[in-house]
Design a protein around this ligand. Structure first.
Ligand code: SDX
Length: 431
């Protein structure tokens, strides 16, 4: 805990409670309210945690006003341009960029863990072929704790390390198998001679009937998408992983909980919902109709891929993704992509509209990602599984950080109770 010199005083009902204020290395100060209930017999009330810091962390920093995102202090723009996903995984997990030997060793360890236990193949077969790949991933990842018994003991640092490597290594295999099952093609095993992104593309798109050569441009775009989604502070799914982990649940169960939470359209499910929205809009001339719906309080419709709890400026990931979309489509010879045209025009119109300006609603990470993923060849149902694959390193890094805390305890929020006061049971004849 950062040390403190300053305090905040809360005065009410003839009580005056002094609470320490902690300053971060960068960002917003926090008031430590841990003694408030004991000293003041009151709870704080913050549904949605809009003003609540749930933990201390050294992994990722976001400045929502500046539109800044740092992984262990390094700007996302630099990492997206100059690094690659497995190097970013090392950075998020261990806190520093690896030297050449460390990177080679780490990549070797991940590569050797990419296969799944052969029995796990049978888990897929229990699902309907048209199951959403996220449903398959939640089920299979949760089941992994039934197989990897030598990496379940959260009190054993070495087992935590093995669990982290296994999760990072096996998620592309699980996601690719979920895709293959969904499209009715045979599973493709990972290959140790391919880099991480190329291996994923190979497991998704190669078929036994002919050779498959990974396009390096697509592999680089895929790798960049992984990096852009790797971690993002205490978002809903990361907070889910932390809360699940706080009970001592095994790492596979915690990651399965994170996948389940990410699926929601307000969170990671927005990339699928956004592309489906752009397709529904269809052409630029229909944009005003949808902007009007997004502004209509009586219409539940929201512009998917727009807005963010933290960013009140551009999501830096959206900027990189937008540049990447242009680059990938151009390099793939896809010109006049109507969906991209609609997305860019929708962004332009929205950012000039008083409603979006006043509410500080900008495109987020999900606004352009689907356009790239669709161009690469993925169906929309694979967009959120790819987000989950990418975010696994963030989830497992935050989980490891939490488990290692010396005063770590189970998360257990309280409530503002508004239900009935105590009353006696009534016999059915009296109701
Ligand atoms: C991700 O937390 C993270 O870091 C998440 C993430 C990560 O990397 O982990 O960044 C990934 O989840 C990105 C967000 C993806 N979701 C979407 O694109 C779905 C559409 N966006 C929204 O539903 C919304 O913007 C949220 C959920 C992202 C944020 O919601 P908040 O912070 O709870 O804000 P809010 O719902 O209270 O909205 C504030 C106002 C409201 O109007 P008023 O009630 O104040 O009049 O802005 C409006 C909202 O109606 N608003 C929108 C809008 N988003 C917010 N209006 C139209 N379209 C939208 N997209």
């Amino acid at each position: 805990m950062a040390d403190t010199k300053r305090t905040a005083t809360l005065t009410f009902d003839n009580k005056s409670i002094e609470m320490p204020i902690y300053a971060p290395t960068v960002g917003t100060d926090v008031i430590d309210i841990r003694k408030l209930y004991a000293q003041g017999d009151v709870f704080t009330y913050d549904p949605g945690f809009t003003s609540t810091a749930a933990c201390e962390s050294s992994i990722t920093y976001i400045d929502g006003d500046k539109g800044e995102l740092l992984y262990r202090g390094y700007p996302i723009e630099q990492l997206a341009d100059e690094s690659h996903y497995l190097e970013v995984c090392y950075l998020l997990l261990y806190g520093e960029l690896p030297n050449a030997t460390q990177l080679q060793d780490f990549e070797g360890r991940v590569t050797r863990h990419t296969m799944l236990h052969e029995q796990i193949h049978y888990f897929f077969r229990g699902f309907r072929r048209d199951s959403h790949p996220m449903a398959t991933m939640v089920g299979v990842v949760g089941a992994m704790s039934a197989f990897y018994h030598d990496s379940l003991d959260i009190n054993d640092e070495w087992q935590r390390e093995v669990a982290a490597i296994r999760m990072i290594a096996k998620m592309p295999t699980v996601a690719a198998m979920a895709y293959k099952y969904y499209v009715g093609q045979p599973f493709v095993y990972p290959r140790n001679d391919l880099d991480y992104a190329s291996n994923f593309l190979h497991m998704c798109f190669s078929v036994p009937a002919e050779p498959y050569v990974v396009n390096p441009i697509i592999a680089k775009a895929m790798d960049r998408i992984f990096t852009l989604h790797a971690d993002h502070e205490q978002n809903a799914s990361t907070s889910t992983v932390r809360l699940a982990g706080s009970s001592g649940a095994n790492p596979f169960a915690c990651i399965a909980a994170g996948i389940a939470c990410l699926w929601g359209p307000a969170h990671g499910g927005a990339n699928q919902a956004c592309l489906e929205m752009l397709r529904e809009i269809g052409t630029v001339d229909r944009i005003p109709e949808y902007i009007a719906r997004a502004k209509d309080k009586d219409d539940p419709f929201r512009l998917m891929g727009f807005g963010h709890r933290v960013y009140k400026n551009f999501d830096p990931r959206a900027k990189v993704m937008k540049e990447s979309a242009d680059e990938v489509l151009d390099l793939m010879g896809i010109h006049n992509n109507e969906t991209l045209k609609v997305a860019k025009e929708l962004e332009r119109i929205a950012l000039e509209d008083e409603y979006f300006i006043s509410k500080k609603l900008y495109p987020n990470v999900d606004f352009y990602s689907g356009i790239i993923l669709e161009a690469i060849g993925f169906p929309t149902s694979m967009f959120t599984p790819i987000f989950a694959l990418s975010r696994t390193v963030g989830w497992i890094s935050q989980w490891k950080e939490m488990i290692a805390e010396k005063d770590q305890k189970i998360g257990r929020p309280r409530q503002l109770y508004i239900g009935p006061t105590k009353r006696d049971y009534k016999d059915i004849a009296e109701r």
